[in-house]
Write a protein that binds this ligand. Structure first.
Ligand SMILES: *Cc1c(COP(=O)(O)O)cnc(C)c1O
Length: 368
């Protein structure tokens, strides 16, 4: 073993001992079914909430763009990679969010890594909800701004922190719109009022809201999101004023120094957004199915918090024995002691599949 292998092996052993080792498994998706190791499962573990990754129109749009424009963008967007599918996609995203303009990035992760450091830096302050997605925190760290965390959805705590802002020049408030591991919704109207009162900017990550929640309150300066979840494709975006988008086009390093998305991906995403708009009943059904299992569900994501990582893993294994794929989410994705099952519902689940899940949870005495 070379020294680097010794290091890696030791780290793996530590992760294994804490039930925190992660491994890739080959899985084939077909609608809401997932095949793994010769068995088929009903998946409650995909973010394809509206089934659009497999929609015939979305696939056809991708194929046509692939044939017309080739496999790759060939360069960064600012060089020769800004192919013809970007403008309609960005126009659609801007309109959806009620903003003047939008900018598409390589992924949601890259969007946050790019926009946060472009907007704030040393001498500025970021206020982030305790439960924001990891990529906002990575963007925050990269920016060099001071990071302060407020208790989850606790507006009194945020107000307290804003009141003590002191010498920081710019302030950016960051939150998920729909929280990725909890499925609850941020109080954006209250947050926007606080932002205005304290001269702060507000950014909301809509990765899990798109297609499910159709209201976009005013006063959010930056709506970022992904095209990889309900939009069924790949890519990330931010919608904002035309001036902010213009600035980010020059300043977001994860846009400037990376290749544009393949044309086929943009074409599929654009078509998926069109289907989403034309068929709002898809999002309504995903939400309604979630509410059959947990009546208080606010989105297509429903957590069942079990505590320790082993408890969540064991529950996930037992559901798997019954033909149901439900992921166990463990630290560091969620805070220690809050390992959980994360149920993700899709408009494409049948009534019978959702009933099967409900009955399985009941038989295992897992209480949502
Ligand atoms: C998935 C996710 C992202 C990252 O989006 P990708 O396009 O998958 O990189 C960002 N924010 C939140 C809240 C997410 O759930």
């Amino acid at each position: 073993m070379r020294p680097i292998d010794q290091f890696a092996a030791k780290e793996i052993a530590t992760l294994e001992a804490a039930s925190l080792r992660r491994q890739l498994r080959e899985r084939v998706r077909d609608g809401v079914m997932v095949r793994e190791g010769g068995r088929e499962y009903v998946s409650f573990a995909c973010n394809d909430y509206l089934g659009l990754s497999q929609h015939p129109e979305v696939i056809t749009a991708g194929k046509q763009a692939l044939e017309q424009y080739g496999a790759g963008a060939g360069a960064s967007r600012l060089v020769t990679g800004n192919h013809l599918l970007y403008a309609p996609l960005e126009a659609k995203l801007a309109k959806l969010k009620g903003k003047e303009a939008a900018l598409v990035f390589g992924s949601g992760y890259l969007t946050n890594l790019g926009i946060v450091p472009a907007l704030v830096g040393k001498g500025d302050v970021i206020y982030a909800d305790k439960l924001v997605h990891a990529c906002m925190l990575d963007g925050a760290q990269l920016s060099g701004a001071t990071l302060k965390r407020f208790r989850h959805n606790d507006m009194a705590h945020l107000a307290e922190l804003l009141a003590e802002r002191g010498q920081y020049k710019h302030a950016l408030i960051m939150t998920d719109h729909v929280f990725s591991m909890d499925g609850d919704v941020a109080p954006l109207e209250k947050m926007a009022a606080l932002a205005q009162q304290h001269d702060a900017w507000l950014m909301a990550d809509d990765a899990h809201g798109l297609g499910i929640i159709h209201e976009y309150p005013n006063g959010v300066d930056l709506w970022m999101g992904t095209l990889s979840k309900a939009a069924g494709a790949y890519g990330g975006y931010v919608a904002a004023s035309r001036t902010v988008i213009d600035y980010l086009t020059s300043a977001a390093r994860s846009l400037v120094y990376t290749t544009g998305l393949p044309p086929a991906v943009c074409a599929s995403a654009l078509t998926a957004l069109e289907v989403m708009e034309r068929e709002p009943q898809r999002g309504a059904r995903a939400l309604e199915l979630a509410r059959r299992v947990v009546p208080t569900a606010q989105s297509a994501i429903v957590p069942i918090v079990l505590g320790e990582a082993e408890a969540a893993l064991s529950a996930s294994d037992k559901l798997k024995e019954q033909g149901l794929l439900v992921v166990a989410i463990r630290p560091p994705t969620v805070p220690p002691g809050t390992a959980r099952l994360r149920l993700a519902f899709s408009s494409e689940h049948t009534d019978a599949q959702v009933e099967q899940l409900r009955a399985a949870l009941e038989s295992l005495q897992i209480q949502p």
